[in-house]
Write a protein that binds this ligand. Structure first.
Ligand SMILES: N[C@@H](CCC(=O)N[C@@H](CS)C(=O)NCC(=O)O)C(=O)O
Length: 213
C-alpha cells in the first residue's frame, strides 16, 4: 500500500489529491513540523532534504512532490491524469507541471520564507519578499493568459495532474496582494477542481476545514 508522509496542506497536497483521484488504498503518515520531525534521523533516511512530502511504495522511496505526482499518474494510466508518453500533449503536460514546481512553487517558497535567503536583516527580507511576490505574480499572469485562451484546464478540456498541482500552490498563494483567484480563468479552474470529491477528501483527511483555495 502507498504511504504518504505529510503535514496538513504542505507539498503533499498535490500527491494526496492524485491518490484520492486514483482511488487506491494509501496510508497517511504525519511528519509533525511542530516538533521538526522532518529533520529527525528517521525521516532523513526517507528524505535526506528534511522536506515533506515523501511517498513509499514497497522498496521505492520518492521525494519531490512533482516526481511523486508523475509516478502516480504513470502507475495508474486508467485514471487519465497524464497524456500518453511521446505525444505533444505529454510534452505540454511536462511543460506546465515543471513550470508549476520549478518556477511558481520555488518563488512562493522564497516569498513564504524570505529569511532563508535574507537572514535577519529586515530590509533585505523586505526586498526578497517583494521581489518573490512580483515574480510569482508574473508567473500566475502567464498561467491566467494560457487558461483564458486554452482552458478551462492546462490541457484544454482534459483534466490532468497539473491542475491539481495548481490547487496546492493557489492555497499557499492566497495571502498575496493579487491572489490566484483574482484572475478569472484561474478562478474557473480552481472552482472546477475544488468541486471534485477527491480534492475535498484529500484536504479533509489532512484536517483542513476552511475553504481550500
Ligand atoms: N520541492 C519540494 C519542496 C518540499 C518542501 O519544501 N516542503 C516543505 C513543506 S511545503 C517542508 O518540508 N518544509 C520544512 C522545512 O523546510 O524544514 C517538493 O515539492 O517536494
Amino acid at each position: 500500500m502507498y504511504q504518504l508522509h505529510y503535514f496538513p496542506a504542505n507539498a503533499n497536497a498535490a500527491p494526496h489529491m492524485i491518490l484520492e483521484e486514483i482511488g487506491e488504498d494509501y496510508q497517511l503518515l504525519l511528519v509533525d513540523r511542530a516538533v521538526d520531525a522532518q529533520k529527525s534521523k528517521e525521516y532523513l533516511k526517507i528524505n535526506p532534504n528534511g522536506r515533506i512530502p515523501a511517498l513509499v511504495d514497497g522498496d521505492l522511496v520518492l521525494f519531490e512532490s512533482a516526481a511523486i505526482v508523475l509516478y502516480l499518474a504513470d502507475q495508474h494510466p486508467e485514471a487519465g491524469l497524464a497524456p500518453a508518453v511521446g505525444t505533444t500533449e505529454r510534452a505540454k503536460f511536462y511543460q506546465w507541471l515543471t513550470f508549476l514546481t520549478n518556477s511558481l512553487q520555488e518563488e512562493l517558497m522564497i516569498w513564504q520564507y524570505p529569511d532563508r535567503l535574507a537572514g535577519t536583516d529586515a530590509a533585505a527580507v523586505e526586498i526578497v519578499t517583494r521581489g518573490a511576490e512580483a515574480r510569482a505574480s508574473a508567473y500566475l499572469d502567464v498561467i491566467e493568459q494560457h487558461l483564458k485562451t486554452n482552458g478551462p484546464f492546462f490541457l484544454g478540456d482534459k483534466l490532468s495532474a497539473a491542475d491539481f498541482y495548481l490547487v496546492m500552490l493557489s492555497r499557499w498563494a492566497r495571502p498575496m496582494a493579487r491572489p490566484p483567484r483574482s484572475r478569472p480563468s484561474i478562478a474557473r479552474l480552481l472552482d472546477k477542481l475544488t468541486a471534485l470529491a477527491s480534492v475535498r477528501r484529500a484536504y479533509e483527511r489532512e484536517g483542513i476545514t476552511d475553504e481550500i483555495c
